[in-house]
Design a protein around this ligand. Structure first.
Ligand code: HEM
Length: 155
């Protein structure tokens, strides 16, 4: 019950965690080129992106820590776990790469906050979003991959 609820939430919420950084990347890349001021809407969108990523991270961690049978519980339960590409993806690669993506986003965004020049701030935010977009894109369980999942639950 909890497992299916969290998994479905994690599956749907991925679109916020993917599309918001993409929108902010496009806006901030453009704004850094035209040297637009860092406006309140930019701050709000950056906050929404942070919330989307952090919620996805927390739910992913809960799944990995024991709600899902495919995370931590695999260690010890499945001999030769690391030799099975699908099990290895869920037990190790997916979580590790997504933690790295969200961690990199936080680190680079924090450094953007210290900048006083708006153009430089937009550029730094664009870099933070580009890093997270690329890492999430590469590590998403897209349909068709050996460990692929549907684009929406129940599809
Ligand atoms: C932006 C970050 C993340 C995205 C976009 C993402 C995306 C996804 C997607 C699309 C699924 C498949 C859902 C389905 O079955 O329909 C999934 C499952 C899962 N994710 Fe994530 N995830 C992220 C972060 C994390 C993190 C940080 C962890 C753990 C540390 C994690 C652990 C898991 C686990 C354990 C599963 C479930 C496997 C199962 O029981 O079927 N995820 N994730």
């Amino acid at each position: 019950m909890l497992y299916s609820a969290l998994l479905q939430f994690h599956s749907v919420w991925r679109w916020f965690a993917f599309v918001l950084p993409l929108v902010v990347l496009q806006r901030s890349a453009r704004a850094s080129l035209v040297r637009a001021p860092y406006a309140p809407i930019d701050r709000k969108l950056a906050l929404a992106t942070t919330i989307a990523l952090d919620v996805q991270l927390l739910v992913g961690l809960a799944l990995w820590c024991g709600v899902s049978p495919l995370g931590l519980l695999q260690f010890g339960a499945t001999p030769g776990l690391m030799k099975n590409a699908v099990l290895r993806y869920w037990a190790v690669e997916h979580g590790a790469m997504m933690v790295l993506a969200v961690g990199a986003f936080h680190g680079i965004s924090a450094s953007a906050k210290k900048l006083t020049d708006d153009g430089a701030k937009h550029k730094r935010v664009a870099i933070a979003c580009a890093v997270v977009v690329v890492l999430v894109l590469v590590n998403m369980p897209w349909p068709g991959r050996p460990f692929g999942r549907p684009l929406m639950p129940g599809m």
